[in-house]
Design a protein around this ligand. Structure first.
Ligand code: FA5
Length: 326
């Protein structure tokens, strides 16, 4: 056999070997004292210098290759000869990760409203005092400002106004109205910030989805219908109990809040109401011509109820043992 033939027959033998003993026999056949490759290496000294150099280096390359193949494959068998690594087994599954539960709830909620003809728009997280408060009928020094504990930002050079991290998604109501002519219906998913103590249902950083529908004769009945439809679709397959109750926000009249029962306790999920005439005036809409409802629903709270998560802070813990469950 020449070197090429020795190489291919040795490789084939190694590949088809199924026991440790068979591999040892192959090693003896090719690399042992009387092995085929050993014979060739031994006969080199009888060759002319030039041939010896070429054949010698090829033979040594093959020797190293076969030694490595044998060592690799032998490692697949334990002492007793049993297979310790099944080389025919399917590969390890690569885990691909998935969306964070809050991202998923935000996307799902937006999709449900899009299915009811709402446009999805977004706005800035760093806001002006005007859009976050004044244009929503919450003037400076008004006690209602205390409803939203605020992270104020240091004023930059070009800032004409005080800047803050938006405390709710409601500033997008005015931003959108200024640029649009009704009728329209929008939702605004986004991140909000409040300078307040955290507890099981409050975070410093959380998410809301704002809704605004303006038309000639939009009424509170329309709001109730849309929200009931949304809750039915969002909690499909889940039995949930919810209630509407009167509330107060300076930018709506009347104002309502919606609660859902979570483990026997009512959890507030949204504030809402009919857009206040003063807000329409800020937008240069005639309040005699237009009516609308607005709402702001807590994404985190929806996620807590949907997945039975008892503490909002778990969403922000970055703990993979928690996140992998979704
Ligand atoms: C508002 O933020 C109003 N902008 C809602 C609104 C919109 C009223 C349009 C009328 C018309 P409120 O502060 O209640 O309201 O917050 C609304 C929802 O956001 C709460 O029901 C809750 O689900 C969620 N939320 C508020 N603060 C936090 C917090 N710190 N952590 C988690 N979720 C919160």
């Amino acid at each position: 056999m020449n070197l090429g033939e020795i190489g291919s027959s040795a490789r084939e033998a190694i590949n088809s070997a199924t026991t440790r003993e068979a591999l040892e026999q192959i090693r003896l056949n090719y690399l042992g004292r009387k092995g085929e490759l050993t014979e060739i290496l031994r006969s080199l000294k009888e060759l002319p210098v030039e041939e010896r150099r070429v054949l010698g280096s090829e033979a040594n390359v093959l020797r190293v290759e076969l030694e490595n193949m044998l060592a690799d494959k032998t490692a697949n068998f334990g002492e007793a000869g049993e297979m310790v690594a099944d080389i025919t087994a399917p590969g390890k599954k690569v885990s691909r990760g998935h969306l964070h539960p809050l991202s998923r709830v935000m996307a799902d909620a937006s999709k449900i409203f899009a299915g009811m003809n709402f446009s999805v728009v977004t706005g800035p997280e760093a806001e002006t005092e005007y859009y976050n408060f004044d244009a929503l009928n919450i003037p400076a020094n008004h006690p209602a400002r205390e409803m939203w504990d605020t992270f104020w930002l240091k004023s930059g050079k070009g800032d004409k106004q005080k800047m803050l991290l938006r405390t709710h998604t409601s500033p997008m109501q005015m931003r959108f109205m200024e640029k649009s002519t009704p009728p329209f219906q929008i939702v605004v998913p986004g991140r909000c910030f409040r300078y307040e103590a955290t507890d099981m249902s409050h975070e410093v950083n959380f998410y809301q989805l704002e809704g605004l529908m303006v038309g000639k004769d939009v009424n509170l009945g329309n709001f109730k219908f849309i929200i009931e439809e949304f809750l039915k679709k969002f909690f499909v397959g889940q039995k949930i109990e919810f209630r509407f109750r009167p509330s107060y926000f300076p930018f709506v009249e009347p104002g309502v809040e919606v609660d859902i029962k979570l483990k026997g306790k009512w959890l507030e999920i949204m504030g809402a109401g009919m857009v206040h005439p003063r807000v329409f005036e800020y937008a240069h809409y005639n309040p005699k011509d237009w009516q609308g409802f607005a709402f702001g629903v807590g994404i985190d709270r929806l996620a807590m109820i949907k997945y039975g998560v008892p503490d909002i802070r778990l969403f922000y813990s970055g703990d993979l043992r928690f996140l992998k469950q979704f």
